[in-house]
Write a new protein. Structure first.
Ligand code: PMP
Length: 394
């Protein structure tokens, strides 16, 4: 991770903004550079060697994702620009072909805007209703209320696997199981989960699971829409044009087979290869050990926070990832963030694209330190030493 070896404001960089994006190992940077240096060509059009080679790398990358999330088929893996585009693809398709007036779409109060706004638009287009499942005071989904919201009109349940603001890990398997009793389609936003645990889509049994490559040590501009074969077959394409067609006349077109039906235009070949390399990297490390390390970091963080009276932790779920959201006294989060940056510490401040959640909690935003496997206990200690200094400035 070469980027981590630098100084910011004259201090060694402490990067604690991993929920926004993770940094990239050298091997991923090299794979992208190598692709453009040796193999760059358009895919699936090959009358020549470079195109054949690029196509092979591109399709092997799809196989890597399939293995990583244990999808049944490689054609259930659709490349997108990221989580946002994947959810838009699903929501827009369902609005066009499936949702009808009176249907209900359930989301939770902790969703990212990317898993709220596409459903608002889908609801408006189809006449369906958006229903919000509440959270409890710890920031966990209130499961018993969620279950009472399910009924015969529930058409879609779209929820996050892990909250980007609170760190809460949702019981996705149970959420999906309950939704399926009412034949609802289940959509899981895996943006924050994919870099912090094992995801098995067949075990979760969800219809759709989406994530972004850049939160898994891969490049930006590449993401994944996993869908069960039957669901993807039913869903109309989001974008149209080249690659996604089988036949075209001036009057009409027929769609290509899966997954190409959803991949209009020249895809992000280098991005897919970069992501596959990141997956290879993650598979090569001790993932169980890395997760245990992250859990130690968040535990240590909470212990240090408990020693500071003016730190108020936002998100106290029993089961959470290494996201530490907090407020310091009555200081504005952006002031705390600026003062931490002066000390070389990168955190995120604000509403974290969860404005409705902030409204529910009655706060303008939080300071969020989010950890990855390359962070250390020493860095956590330095965060708190820096916060002690911040306090003297406020
Ligand atoms: N959902 C969650 C829970 C997220 O944390 C994010 C990224 N902050 C997104 C969706 C959107 O991801 P992207 O911007 O990569 O499309």
């Amino acid at each position: 991770f070469p980027i981590l070896d630098q100084k910011v404001k004259g201090k060694p960089l402490i990067y604690l903004d991993n929920a926004a994006t993770t940094q990239k190992p050298q091997i991923v940077i090299d794979a992208i550079s190598q692709f453009y240096s040796t193999t760059n060509a358009n895919v699936h059009r090959g009358a020549h060697t470079l195109s054949d080679d690029a196509t092979e790398l591109f399709e092997n990358a799809r196989n890597s994702v399939q293995g990583f999330i244990n999808a049944k088929h490689a054609h259930e893996i659709v490349w997108t620009r990221g989580t946002t585009e994947a959810i838009n693809t699903i929501a827009s398709g369902l609005a066009q072909s499936f949702l009808k007036p009176g249907d209900e779409i359930i989301i939770s109060a902790m969703e990212h805007h990317a898993n709220i706004v596409p459903w608002q638009v889908a609801a408006k287009r189809s006449g369906a209703k958006l229903v919000v499942a509440p959270i409890n005071e710890k920031g966990e989904l209130n499961f018993s209320i969620y279950k009472t919201l399910l009924n015969k009109n529930t058409a879609v349940v779209a929820m996050t696997h892990v909250s980007n603001t609170l760190g809460t890990i949702n019981q996705v398997k149970e959420i999906v199981q309950s939704a399926q009793q009412f034949n609802a389609i289940t959509v899981i936003d895996g943006a924050q989960a994919i870099g912090h645990g094992f995801v098995d889509v067949q075990d979760l049994n969800c219809d759709f699971y989406v994530f972004s490559g850049h939160k898994l040590f891969g490049p930006t501009g590449i993401g994944v829409l996993y869908g069960k074969e039957a669901r993807l077959e039913q869903l109309p394409p989001f974008q149209t044009g080249g690659e996604m067609i089988k036949t075209v006349t001036f009057q009409q077109a027929t769609w290509n087979e899966l997954p190409y039906k959803f991949e209009a235009g020249t895809p992000n070949v280098a991005g897919a290869i970069g992501l596959a390399t990141a997956i290879g990297y993650v598979n090569s490390i001790d993932r169980v050990g890395a997760l245990a390390h992250e859990q130690r970091l968040i535990k240590y963080c909470s212990e240090l926070a408990n020693n500071m009276d003016d730190i108020h932790i936002i998100g106290m779920a029993e089961n959470k990832t290494s996201i530490f959201s907090f407020l310091m006294g009555d200081a504005h989060p952006s002031d705390v963030g600026t003062l931490l940056n002066q000390q070389g510490i990168a955190v995120r401040t604000g509403h974290h694209c969860t404005m409705p959640l902030m409204n529910e909690l009655g706060i303008p935003g939080t300071v969020r330190a989010s950890f990855s496997m390359y962070n250390t206990e020493e860095e956590v200690a330095m965060l708190f030493a820096a916060l002690t200094k911040v306090r003297t400035f406020l």
